[in-house]
Design a protein around this ligand. Structure first.
Ligand SMILES: Nc1nc2c(c(=O)[nH]1)N[C@H]1C(S)=C(S)[C@@H](COP(=O)(O)OP(=O)(O)OC[C@H]3O[C@@H](n4cnc5c(=O)[nH]c(N)nc54)[C@H](O)[C@@H]3O)O[C@H]1N2
Ligand SMILES: Nc1nc2c(c(=O)[nH]1)N[C@H]1C(S)=C(S)[C@@H](COP(=O)(O)OP(=O)(O)OC[C@H]3O[C@@H](n4cnc5c(=O)[nH]c(N)nc54)[C@H](O)[C@@H]3O)O[C@H]1N2
Ligand SMILES: [Mo]
Length: 730
């Protein structure tokens, strides 16, 4: 696989390769169309660009230049006219008094002593710093970028383009979301391509394995509920009894990080009872004999039961039901692979789906993710190319999942070109990365930090300059999902508030100032309107496949669907080296793993910190977004740790007590919430931002890598859920 096509699997980011397999036309629209600007009242199409499965198409109602109301776009059958609780808070988001309004400079980091400066001053300070660094080092490599998922609008890739237009720089590469599983599916199928989730209703049996769509993908949850009404049996496998589990027919409370054992145990039972699909395997796969032999020689259901804590009879029944139901679907969540053996678990589950012939079938599949709808030109990104003479010759890549430690290692090593300046956009690393204390140190080691954001988050607080960014309602955008098959357009609904600008405008503004100070020092174009930029983004063949004549046709419905993915891989053309599904993957072996989907031992629980900490995604926030808003805080505004009654009793903890949760790298003090929904040997603290409270689950997390990720995404993922703590009443 070439370096270029690997980038395909950076969520929401640049796809530089060709558009593969996009077909069909946008035929399934309902006839609802927002009335365009009619006097004082108008409706426009917006698009939620947050890092979320659901990537909703929104209809925004504006009256007298003010946003009054947002709702889901009925033209998009996935959004289906409804938004999640976060989406409905958008008017509160836009008009929140907390928004950053002007460019500002902080006297001393963390002091809160901000002084308002003009955009001209901000551009001037930044441009001079860039030129100074370039002069001193002969390269812009001392400038680092940390950008990820605050906004997946394709135009925000201007930030990457902007840095490239200064020269070669240091980049935070990779993704915390899904890397281990993406590698697994790349080894097995050649790429991650999920069935259209709207087709889940066709499943006779659905296993939701390590995902919590009731919170993280509410529109899929409504599809699951529809399937249930049609008679589909819904099984949820998760160590936590989630809201999704509470709505299922059956909940399997598995021991964390042992999912591979469950999948292999089920496969062994299926093989022993001749319920596997030999015909499918012979026709479509390689390495099946070796896989079946591995099951025969190494796996027993009793072993799987021992590992997973799931009774033998349950594993057997699950295996029987899954193999008998045709079609049977599996949804593999991202929580499942946030482990030191997470990639191996995903491979074992893929193999279970393949050996039962559930691949290439509508209502079946081993559904994890897809990047087939990222049919953009990435013009905003490729517009930036390093000017002549940068001596570095290439960018320096750091792992986004271990960024602070890698920054410190560089800055403590006199042999290396240090990191002097950091640009942060669409990212809140201090709050979202593990080892928050290392993040603070890494920030201290950098001379000059610029953050572009809407809110005074933890990262902004540790910056020298903050640039106010406009909200989605104040600019253009295009978004694609990594789960469903819709592409949405975002039209400006109102004028930018205060002095905010989009990241693309900022890229152009800095380029202009750089070239004024030193002609030729920056290649980023400055003479295009945002509308011109967006008109370059929908690739010609993409437009044709929608049946559009020009990109503007998408404005008609606000959204367009890429058809043809009811049953991913139904053509039997896998993108692996052999062109088949690879039970035995030489590529996987060449990357330091097992060729077969074997069981890889889970991380050992340390004796002195025997309690596992889970920190999954939170219902009322999206990472560090939304939870800070007034409306959201009125629902929930206090962190808590969930503890099983048995563990609480052992520790003398009662509901509402303050407890100290301590890990190898830090501690937090937080209120206890006693609940039966968590395992007896684990606690749960959801990752969320609490405004005005110095609280964050990530003070506790260690940057332990997951097993896979570097093949397809450039860098290994993070074992977010292999974290161990002690819990004591204060
Ligand atoms: N409301 C809301 N929605 C979101 C987000 C958000 O922050 N808030 N974030 C978005 C993003 S960026 C992402 S990446 C996705 C993630 O969405 P999901 O894929 O749903 O991921 P998580 O919530 O991290 O974890 C899902 C479940 O995995 C379980 N889990 C953990 N370890 C194991 C294990 O070993 N085995 C099994 N079987 N299960 C395990 C957890 O208990 C949790 O219930 O959601 C997106 N949607
Ligand atoms: N403990 C724990 N930590 C986790 C996880 C976990 O499961 N457990 N999950 C991880 C995962 S999967 C993810 S994806 C990461 C997410 O972490 P991040 O990628 O940092 O995502 P967000 O917090 O959603 O957004 C970051 C910032 O982008 C800003 N932003 C929004 N729109 C724009 C814009 O247009 N321009 C600019 N410049 N900024 C904008 C937001 O206001 C916000 O402050 O968190 C990770 N952290
Ligand atoms: Mo994520």
């Amino acid at each position: 696989m070439s370096k270029v096509s690997r980038r395909t699997f950076l969520k929401g980011s640049a796809v530089l390769g060709a558009l593969a397999g996009i077909g069909g036309t946008a035929s399934s629209f309902k006839k609802i169309k927002p009335a365009k600007a009619a006097g004082k009242k108008k409706q426009v199409f917006s698009s939620c660009p947050r890092n979320c499965y659901d990537t909703c198409s929104i209809v925004t109602t504006v009256e007298d230049g003010t946003i009054k109301f947002v709702t889901g776009n009925m033209n998009n059958t996935y959004t289906n006219g409804r938004l999640c609780v976060k989406g409905y808070t958008y008017p509160n988001y836009v008009y929140s008094p907390d928004r950053i309004k002007y460019p500002m400079r902080q006297k001393e980091r963390g002091s809160g002593k901000w002084e308002r400066i003009s955009w001209d001053e901000a551009y001037d300070i930044i441009a001079k710093k860039i030129l100074e660094i370039k002069k001193e080092y002969g390269t812009t490599l001392p400038i680092a970028l940390n950008k990820y998922s605050g906004n997946f609008n394709v135009l925000n890739n201007a930030v990457e383009g902007m840095l490239s237009s200064w020269g070669y720089t240091t980049r935070a590469q990779g993704t915390p979301c899904w890397p281990a599983g993406i590698d697994s599916q790349t080894f097995d199928f050649g790429a991650a391509v999920a069935n259209d989730p709207e087709v889940m209703v066709k499943a006779k049996y659905l296993i939701v394995w390590g995902a919590n769509p009731a919170w993280t993908s509410v529109h899929s949850m409504s599809i699951i509920e529809r399937a249930k009404e049609n008679g589909t049996k819904i099984v949820v496998i998760d160590p936590i009894m989630t809201d999704t589990a509470s709505k299922a027919d059956e909940y399997i409370g598995i021991k964390a990080s042992t999912d591979g054992a469950l999948a292999l145990g089920m496969a062994k039972y299926i093989l022993d009872h001749n319920l596997h699909d030999m015909e499918w395997m012979k026709k479509n796969s390689i390495g099946y004999e070796e896989y079946l032999n591995y099951l025969r020689n190494n796996i027993t259901v009793e072993w799987a039961s021992e590992k997973t804590g799931v009774p033998v009879e349950v594993i057997e029944r699950l295996a029987r039901e899954y193999a008998a139901a045709k079609p049977a679907a599996i949804w593999l969540g991202y929580g499942l692979q946030r482990h030191t053996n997470g990639g191996a678990s995903v491979r074992a589950i893929d193999a279970l789906a393949a050996m039962t012939g559930n691949i290439g079938v509508a209502g079946g599949g081993a559904n994890y993710a897809q990047t087939e709808c990222y049919g953009f030109n990435y013009a905003v990104q490729s517009a930036g190319t390093p000017p002549e003479g940068d001596k570095a010759g290439g960018d320096r890549m750091l792992n986004m999942n271990n960024f602070p430690a890698q920054v410190l290692a560089i800055n403590n090593d006199p042999e290396q070109i240090p990191i002097k300046m950091l640009w942060v956009a669409c990212r809140n690393p201090i709050a979202q990365d593990p080892e928050a204390s290392v993040s603070y140190k890494a920030f201290e080691s950098i001379d000059f930090i610029v953050t572009a954001d809407l809110w005074f988050n933890e990262t902004v607080k540790q910056s020298d300059i903050v640039l106010p960014v406009s909200s989605i309602f104040e600019t253009w955008g295009l978004t694609a999902s990594y789960w469903h098959y819709w592409v949405n357009v975002n039209e400006p609904a109102i004028e930018p508030l205060y002095e905010s600008k989009s990241d693309l405008e900022i890229a152009m503004g800095i380029s202009k100032r750089l070239n004024e100070l030193e002609p030729g020092s920056c290649t980023y174009p400055t003479d295009r309107s945002i509308e011109e930029w967006i008109s370059n983004e929908l690739a010609d063949d993409f437009i044709k496949k929608f049946g559009f004549k020009t990109w503007r046709d998408i404005l008609e419905k606000g959204t367009a669907k890429v058809e043809g993915y009811e049953a991913a891989w139904s053509d039997g053309k896998f993108r692996t080296p052999s062109g088949k599904y690879e039970f035995l993957s030489e590529t996987c072996a060449a990357n330091g793993h097992h060729a077969l989907p074997v069981y890889v031992e889970e991380m050992e629980v340390p004796k002195d910190r025997p309690i596992r900490l889970f920190s999954p995604h939170w219902k009322y926030g999206l990472h560090s977004q939304f939870q800070n808003l007034e409306w959201m805080r009125s629902i929930h505004n206090e962190p808590f740790v969930e503890i099983h009654p048995a563990l609480a009793k052992k520790k003398g903890i009662e509901d509402g007590d303050m407890v100290r949760v301590e890990s190898e790298v830090g501690y937090v003090e937080v209120k206890a919430k006693i609940t039966h929904t968590v395992p007896k040997d684990a606690v749960v603290i959801y990752e969320a931002w609490y405004k005005e409270q110095n609280f964050n689950a990530n003070f506790l997390l260690k940057a332990t890598p997951s097993d896979m990720g570097s093949y397809a995404t450039g860098q290994a993922g993070l074992a977010f859920h292999d974290q161990f703590v002690t819990v004591e009443k204060i």
